[in-house]
Design a protein around this ligand. Structure first.
Ligand code: AMP
Length: 404
């Protein structure tokens, strides 16, 4: 029996999201989520999508799940109950989402002890994310040590950024000493969406230049020339760039000195302020774009301001990346806000006719899970909505590596 299945694990600090995919047709066999690990009210929601179990729909388990090891064992049991257990000979690999790959990991990598140690050494660069990714890998190796475990890095797609784009204009020796440079994040999404956009345009990926706007709770833009990332908005950490749900995005670094010197805030307090209490949430008290747009439409001034700031930043990046690329074939919206918020797409593109952008408002208003064009026929630059699929991209990259 050939092994054609890949289990994708996305381990967060208190959650594990997973999907089992069959790479013969990229279909999903099971999806699920364990949340509130190590907290009150842990639960596992498992949904088999193939086999006899699929008829029963979602299953939920509640009760204490103390740690990631227990979480993954529970996931393994649920999969086994559907005849798709981790001991199945059909399983080819486990694909792990790893947020930070530093400068070392520029491609998906089979994990051995040395690779795991290196991922661990990158924790200072991604203290919120890499520890949970490491734990997920350790637990999966305990369960199926014989199976290839593949790390797919959020930063990898951006490793092609030219040096003068990746570097901050700070003292070179200090930057080198502390690994300070722009790494970029959401790379699996930008990779998947830029390729899918080329397919939507009916062109080879090498022949198209696209601006990808990944607008989820975290948000980032990228400029992709012929399939190669040349610029992205996130930097050393996911804090730089666009206005996000709870992150400020770009700001004068002196704001931090001011808060410390004049406000007396500690570094951790400023970190929390900028990462967790800023962005849409900071400006209007809500980080969910559904609520922000609803309030803005109802005339709420703070929500209008938040929306205007969000859209203004997007426009700046569309303009900047048009200049970076020289020729743009498509501007592509993806992720929760990009795929669903027609009003945000309309506002972000309006007034950019000189850049060749014009929306077909009827097409923009259509809700669909499919990749689609939303620009007018006469527009020089296509505007598209392409639903992202990071799990499929992780599975595709992991499977390609283990079968190559
Ligand atoms: P993601 O991080 O890609 O899962 O995106 C999550 C975000 O997408 C949420 O915080 C919402 O702000 C946003 N979102 C999801 N659905 C909608 C919708 N129908 N309209 C506007 N925003 C949405």
């Amino acid at each position: 029996m050939t092994a054609t299945r890949v289990l994708v694990l996305n381990s967060g600090s208190s959650s594990v999201k997973y999907q089992l995919l069959d790479m013969t047709d990229s279909s999903r066999l099971a999806v699920g989520l364990v949340e509130r690990i190590g907290e009150e009210g842990s639960r596992l929601v498992h949904e088999p999508l193939a086999g006899p179990g699929a008829r029963g729909g979602k299953r939920e388990r509640t009760g204490a799940i103390a740690d990631h090891a227990q979480a993954l064992r529970a996931v393994a049991e649920e999969l086994a109950a559907d005849g798709m257990g981790l001991d199945s000979p059909e399983l080819a690999a486990v694909g792990h989402r790893v947020v930070h790959g530093g400068t070392r990991f520029t491609a998906p990598t089979v994990i051995d002890d040395e690779v795991l140690a290196e991922i661990r050494s990158l924790i200072p660069l991604a203290p919120l994310h890499n520890p949970a990714n490491v734990t997920g890998i350790e637990v999966a190796r305990e369960l199926r040590g014989d199976l290839p475990q593949v790390a797919v890095f959020d930063t990898a797609f951006h490793s092609t950024m030219p040096e003068h784009v990746a570097r901050y204009a700070i003292d070179a020796a200090t930057a080198e000493k502390y690994s300070i440079r722009r790494y970029g994040f959401h790379g699996t999404s930008h990779a998947y969406v830029s390729r899918a956009a080329a397919a939507l345009l009916g062109k080879a990926v090498e022949d198209v230049n696209v601006i990808v706007l990944h607008l989820g709770n975290g948000a980032s833009a990228s400029a992709v020339r012929g399939g190669v990332c040349v610029e992205t908005s996130m930097g050393l950490t996911p804090l730089e760039g666009l206005v996000m749900g709870t992150r400020s995005g770009d700001l004068d670094p002196a704001v931090i000195f001011h808060l410390a010197r004049v406000g007396g805030l500690s570094v951790d307090e400023i970190d929390s302020l900028l990462n967790k209490k800023s962005g849409l949430l900071g400006l209007c008290g809500d980080n969910d774009m559904r609520e922000v747009t609803r309030r803005a439409e109802a005339g709420d001034d703070a929500a209008r301001l938040a929306l205007a700031a969000y859209v203004h930043r997007l426009k700046k990046y569309i303009g900047a990346y048009t200049a970076v690329l020289g020729r743009v074939d498509a501007v592509v919206f993806t992720a929760g806000v990009g795929e669903n918020a027609a009003a945000v797409r309309e506002a972000a593109v309006s007034g950019l006719e000189e850049l060749g952008l014009a929306l077909d408002l009827e097409a923009n208003a259509v809700r669909s899970p499919e990749p689609r064009l939303i620009s007018t026929d006469y527009a020089r630059v296509a505007v598209a909505v392409v639903p992202t699929d990071e799990e499929l991209e992780i599975a595709t990259q992991a499977y390609a590596l283990v079968t190559s």
